[in-house]
Design a protein around this ligand. Structure first.
Ligand SMILES: Cc1cc2nc3c(=O)[nH]c(=O)nc-3n(C[C@H](O)[C@H](O)[C@H](O)COP(=O)(O)OP(=O)(O)OC[C@H]3O[C@@H](n4cnc5c(N)ncnc54)[C@H](O)[C@@H]3O)c2cc1C
Length: 506
């Protein structure tokens, strides 16, 4: 099983063997391209560039699939989550058509790779059903269906839907697909290495010095390159993109059904937040995979309750035999509905980024790889303007991100905290975490199953917001830009690259 940036185990993770590499990264040579991030975006970008003749080094902080690619649900959609009428409002009819084209190309590319490398990842084309359950949703469905038709999707009315929920109106969209993501990315990584690419795992990029060549500083030393890509889901550091991408968590259950009535196609309701459903067969065992209960990261007090709500919702309609997996993961919602793919704003060197995929990063991550390849090879792409990260205007109020009083915490960090006192203050059960005030300062405190306390500074090392406890994933999550940390403060998610300061407990 591979590791993921979470405490819960995803279906994909459980079925995946590890991907081993021998460290061949060479600090003496100047790579054409270094890519940070071993999810679908980084691996596909690395493969496409290497295949086009560039000499690439892919650097992953943990293991391939450690990020959201290991916790996705892997629907492959041209029917993206942001309604096409909204895309049309923001980007015009031509923009909506381009979104359909770019996502369709991405699905085709995935299928092409699967055929070319004979990847056993359960890829299948499927129809998608979007269904309305209230009058209001019905009106919204009509608007979005019209916009989808205009954008070129194959949409028709549907009298039935694959899932056992009552509905008023539904539409069917053809040309969608599904697959199992980890065999896909692992096989693509092997293909990348086979054509001369280099992969470095357990290595975090901590700084990029924008010289020529660029110096990429990592936890395993520095490497040089001419072009650099942040395929880290959100770029680290401080950038305007952090103000334009809002981190969300979504919850997923994978269940077996007593009546074997697994829905063959993909389905989506229109509730706020919406639910998504599909089936994947893994080693002969079908699973119903259903997700929803999304919320902004760090904004939900009781994350366990999200799983319970999702389970209750499923049990109302499906004949659930067993909930085999439950997991949550993080995505980044872009301000205007479309991802940011291209040159990182505010940098002079050739630093590229792909972020803000919302819940469609399997396709947008692949579309990003295609677009980045063209941009970095100096070729034309009709999508440059549509996804340009610089479409973001500088925002007034940027410097209202005032760091909390980090000084006080720094002083506290050097002192031994009394375990007994903290224990009394927090009243924690084993496996629980809480923010505790001690002598005027806050401490992020966790009690492990053996009763040992773990204390860290709760000030996020990205921009100084205060982290919140996530009970389901046993992590400290930043509500501002989605940085996440483990119980001892180790970084789980960008945009930060620096751990929370630990406190000694005596
Ligand atoms: C519950 C859920 C369900 C979803 N379902 C779907 C779906 O059905 N269809 C769909 O299209 N999309 C879906 N998405 C979205 C999609 O899964 C993601 O957008 C996509 O996986 C992002 O891929 P990525 O490669 O860009 O990022 P990630 O997979 O997150 O990979 C980024 C990698 O970068 C590494 N990294 C971070 N910082 C550094 C650093 N400083 N140095 C080196 N490495 C670093 C991380 O360890 C990580 O492995 C879903 C998202 C969620 C949360």
């Amino acid at each position: 099983m591979i590791l993921r940036d979470a405490h819960t185990v995803s279906l994909w993770q459980d079925y995946a063997g590890g991907y081993n590499v021998i460290n061949r990264a060479d600090p003496q040579q100047t790579y054409d391209v270094i890519i940070a991030g071993g999810g679908i975006t980084g691996i596909t970008t690395a493969f496409l560039l290497q295949n086009a003749g560039k000499n690439c080094l892919l650097i992953e902080a943990a293991n391939l699939g450690y990020g959201t690619t290991g916790g996705t649900t892997a629907h492959l959609n041209t029917l993206v989550d942001v309604p096409y009428n909204t895309i049309q409002q923001h980007f015009g009819k031509e923009g909506a058509r381009q979104v359909k084209e770019a996502t369709a190309e991405a699905i085709q590319l995935i299928q092409h790779h699967i055929d070319r490398f004979d990847i056993r990842c359960g890829f299948e084309y499927a129809d998608a059903y979007l269904f309305a359950q209230t009058e209001k949703e019905e009106a919204a469905l009509k608007d979005t269906a019209e916009a989808m038709l205009l954008a070129g999707l194959d949409v028709s009315g549907a009298a039935t839907i694959p899932v056992p929920f009552s509905f008023r109106k539904a539409v069917k969209v053809t040309g969608q697909a599904k697959f199992s993501p980890l065999p896909y990315i692992q096989r693509m990584a092997a293909a990348f290495e086979h054509i001369g690419g280099t992969i470095l795992q357990q290595c975090r990029v901590t700084a990029v010095q924008d010289n020529d060549p660029m110096l990429i500083v990592t936890t395993l030393g520095a490497f040089r390159c001419r072009q650099f890509v942040y395929a880290t889901h959100i770029p680290p550091g401080v950038n305007l993109l952090h103000l334009r991408c809002v981190p969300y968590r979504s919850y997923v259950l994978a269940a077996t059904l007593a009546d074997n009535n697994y829905p063959e196609d993909l389905s989506y309701d229109m509730q706020q937040p919406f639910h998504y459903y599909r089936t994947q067969v893994m080693d002969g065992q079908p699973y119903l995979i259903a997700g929803g209960e999304d919320h902004k990261t760090g904004h939900q007090e009781n994350t366990e309750a999200c799983f319970r709500k999702l389970e209750a919702h499923l049990r109302e309609a499906f004949n659930i035999e067993d909930i085999r997996y439950r997991w949550s993961a993080q995505y980044y919602e872009p301000a205007d509905g479309l991802p940011y793919i291209g040159r990182l704003p505010g940098q002079t060197g050739e630093i590229y980024v792909a972020t803000g995929f919302g819940g469609n990063g399997m396709v947008y991550g692949t579309a990003a790889a295609l677009l980045l390849k063209r941009l970095m090879l100096g070729l034309h792409s009709e999508y440059v303007k549509l996804f340009d990260p610089s479409r973001i205007k500088p925002i007034a109020g940027f410097n209202t991100f005032v760091p909390h009083n980090a000084d006080v915490i720094k002083q506290l960090a050097s002192r031994l905290l009394p375990a007994e006192k903290l224990e009394q203050l927090a009243g924690l059960a084993p496996g629980e975490g809480k923010l505790v005030s001690y002598e005027g300062s806050k401490i992020a405190l966790y009690k492990d199953e053996q009763g040992a306390l773990h204390a860290v500074d709760p000030i996020c090392t990205h921009l100084g917001c205060e982290v919140h406890w996530n009970q389901a994933e046993k992590s400290w999550d930043c509500p501002c830009h989605g940085a996440r940390y483990g119980i001892d403060g180790q970084v789980l998610n960008a945009p930060t690259s620096r751990n929370l300061d630990p406190h000694d407990i005596g």
